[in-house]
Design a protein around this ligand. Structure first.
Ligand code: S3P
Length: 449
């Protein structure tokens, strides 16, 4: 099922080249948050009544989740004005396979949410998603009583047999992952008793924040540097209207572009300021970045800020391992910023990056090396020797490994490098940030064929 409409932005593909730019300026509204968009569709699709979602991120990943919940029984429509309406339903066995494309969040959260319905569903995805680990979700679901069959190594395609008889569990995920936490909590909505997830290190808490808006009973306690989340099964979910806040992970590309492109002065409006997503912004403060955050209200239970960023000199820093969960998607773009800083930046505790849309640790190192930046790559760390402002040689061809964040990072790097930087394919950018090229062009970035 496809929800692509002619009023959505065109999705460029093929190679693109970014060239030395100067003076990025302007005010932009941040692209909508991907994590919130997936969750709003999933909760709405399970809730009784019609929910209206304003400002949904219309990226390929989110559209795949919209298609999947429609196959599972929800009614999903998009109004002329771009708002989405979702009528929830008791989920049922879908007619075909549920193809989540490139989306780890979509597939893992949907497996958890589908677990409590009486259904039999096969989940598939593209080559990248099919190589990513699903046992991290299927194992706790099995403890709750869900049968599943997955391809070798716990990969997709995976068939999941949902059940109305789920057992509540007390679970400590072995990896810091909001997707795993969320999958268990969503299944816990249908379990008898209280399901508990204990996370030693805090990950984004969007499921716990949004659930209560729909009537779910979550109870969250901070414990040390982590949290304990309890969900009581059996609560009836009710429709809720919400407006999606801006995505700090997408905004990071604009922030980076403004920081490293000389004479830049940019404001990005309405960015979600969630403490479990703010690691990059803490790191940039340590690096001496000229960034000002101004409160900008609330949306969907989340706090928003306007980000005012100006270019300027940056210094290398050490990024501690315990910061990784709060900036897990930001390391490729931080590597680019680090390459433009004075001195050495050491990023630690990065083993999870190897399980992302690509092996993001190796791919980030390749991006830098292809453009003349010195680095040291370890199993779980990356050390970048900064070239200083305007010092990156550039001139490289960046292999993106079909990873949206690598493609955007490569293009941002080219805006401040001595020689142009080319990325091999930009098609995957539409999975998370379909308006990336429009936003960059509005700021004055020179990116072309
Ligand atoms: C996400 C969680 C993170 C993140 C992803 C979105 C979410 O994944 O990388 O882009 O919305 O829950 P992990 O939970 O695998 O770290």
């Amino acid at each position: 099922m496809s929800f692509m409409s002619s009023s959505m932005p065109v999705r460029p593909s093929g190679a693109r080249t970014a060239r030395l730019s100067t003076g990025l300026t302007g005010r932009l509204r941040a692209a909508a948050d991907k994590s919130i968009s997936h969750r709003s569709l999933i909760f709405s699709a399970m809730a009784e009544g019609e929910s209206r979602i304003e400002g949904l991120l219309e990226s390929d990943d989110v559209l795949a989740t919209a298609g999947a919940v429609a196959q599972l029984g929800a009614s999903v429509t998009r109004d002329e004005d771009g708002a989405w309406r979702v009528c929830g339903a008791e989920w049922r066995t879908p007619a075909g396979r549920l193809d989540l494309g490139n989306s780890g969040t979509g597939v893992r959260l949907l497996m958890g949410a589908a677990a409590r319905f009486d259904l039999d569903a096969v989940f598939t995805g593209d080559a990248s998603l099919s190589s990513r680990p699903m046992a991290r979700v299927l194992n706790p679901l099995a403890e709750m009583g869900v049968r599943s069959e997955a391809a070798d190594g716990g990969r997709l395609p995976a068939r999941l047999f949902g059940t109305r008889r789920l057992t509540a569990i007390d679970y400590t995920p072995p990896v810091a992952s909001a997707q795993v936490k969320s999958a268990v909590l969503l299944a816990g909505l249908g379990a008898e008793g209280t399901t508990i997830v204990r996370e030693p290190r805090l990950t984004r808490a969007h499921t716990e924040t949004m659930g209560p808006l729909y009537g779910a009973q979550f109870h969250v306690e901070r414990e040390g540097s982590g949290s304990v989340v309890r969900v009581t099964g059996g609560a009836a979910l009710k429709a809720h209207d919400l407006s999606v806040p801006g995505d700090p992970s997408s905004a990071a590309f604009l922030v980076a572009a403004a920081l490293i492109t000389p004479n830049s002065d940019v404001v990005i409006e309405g960015v979600m300021a969630n403490p479990a997503r703010s690691g990059l912004y803490e790191t940039l403060a340590d690096m001496g970045a000229d960034i000002e955050l101004k409160p900008a209200g609330n949306r969907a239970g989340e706090t928003l800020v306007d980000i005012h960023v100006k270019s300027g000199a940056l210094k290398g820093v050490e990024v501690p391992p315990d910061r990784a969960p709060s900036m897990i998607d930001e390391y490729p773009i931080l590597s680019v910023i680090a390459a433009n800083a004075e001195g050495r930046t050491t990023m630690l505790g990065l083993e999870e990056l190897r399980a992302k849309e690509s092996d993001r640790l190796a791919a980030s190192a390749n991006l830098l090396a292809a453009n003349g930046v010195s680095l040291t790559l370890g199993d779980d760390h990356l050390i970048v020797d900064g070239c200083g402002a305007g010092g990156v040689p550039g001139g490289g061809m960046v292999e993106t490994f079909h990873d949206h964040r690598l493609a955007m990072s490569g293009l941002v790097m080219g805006l401040a490098s001595k020689a142009p930087v080319t990325v091999d394919d930009v098609a995957m950018i539409a999975t998370s940030y379909p308006t990336f090229f429009d936003d960059m062009a509005r700021l004055g970035a020179v990116i072309g064929e």
